[in-house]
Each structure stands twice: as structure tokens, then as C-alpha cells.
Design a protein. Sequence first.
Length: 193
Amino acid sequence: MDTYVYEYKGRAYINLTNKCTNDCTFCIRNHKDGVGGHELWLTREPTAAGVIALLGEKPKEVVFCGFGEPTIKIEELKVIAKFVKGYGGHVRLNTNGHASAFHGRDIASELVGLVDEVSISLNNSDAEKYNKVSRSSFGVEGYGHMLRFARDCVQYGIAVTFSVMDLIGEEDIAKSKAIADDIGARFRVRQYC
Ligand code: SF4
């Protein structure tokens, strides 16, 4: 049976799709079938109503993060986020930041009032290095698309956190932090494991 909503670390995670505009070398999908005992490969993508029906207990914190890029299913995401915000829940989106490029319009503006915070893997400090690990369907342009989306979110008042992994080294961590500072995003260094 497909897993559309799963609990992880006390939050409700929503798994909308297996599609993604990246093919990251570090993607968990390359070596696992799920997270926390939940199988996350989908045989069929969910409807918004189907996901909302699974949120009956109105979880306080909802995270759009599954085995693909959630914003590919942007219409479903917006309907579900509106439901969560309607009962006072907190909404986080984990994304690669390609939503506006993928849909060909300003998606960040459509998330205002629906998404409280956005987490984006910055991965590294320039487009070439980013694409080496992300293997984006946008090629090296993927980095610029991601940065523009992050900047748009910040400008619309949506909190953005960029993350990089410690293995990129001190110099690139410092450069990545400078990019986050310039955009007005928070910055987090994750341990590679
Ligand atoms: S952006 Fe996320 S889901 Fe997509 S390939 Fe990279 S790690 Fe996996």
C-alpha cells in the first residue's frame, strides 16, 4: 500500500510524488526504499483529498518531503497546505527549489500564507559543483533557478534555510554561508552519514 503520510520525528510527512528534477548522487532513494520503516516508493500519486483524509488528527507540524520533489505536485500541495494552515498547523516544505523553473511561473508567491518555511539543499557554492552532485534536469542552470526561488521566498516573507553537507570542506562551507547571508536565508551544515 502506498505511503502518502508518515510520521517521522514527531512530525507528519507528506509524500506526494517520486518525480524529481534532480538525480542527486546522495539521494536516499539510491540506497533505501523508505524512511523510518515507511516504504516511500509510490505506485500511484495521491490526490489532495486523499492526503487530507489521512490528516484527521490535525498534526501540528506538517512537512512536505517524500521520495521526490513535492512542488512537482504544486496544486495538490497548495490545497493540502491550505487545509493545514486552516486549523493552525505549521507547514514546512523541503524542496530542491526548482518549482518556478519547472512550472514556468512564480511559484514562491503562491506559497505565501500556505507555507511557513522552506528548506533547500544548497549543496555547494557554485553551479558547477552543485550540478556535479545534483545532476539536475536543468543542467548547470539548476543552481540559478534554485537561488532565485530562495530569494523570492525570502522577499515574500517565507523563511528559508539552506543546507550543505560538511564533506564539501571549510572553504565551500564559508562561501555557501555567504550566499545564504546575501539572500537572507538561514544556514545549516549537515553531517554526512
Ligand atoms: S532533490 Fe531530493 S528527492 Fe530529488 S534527487 Fe535530490 S535528494 Fe532526491
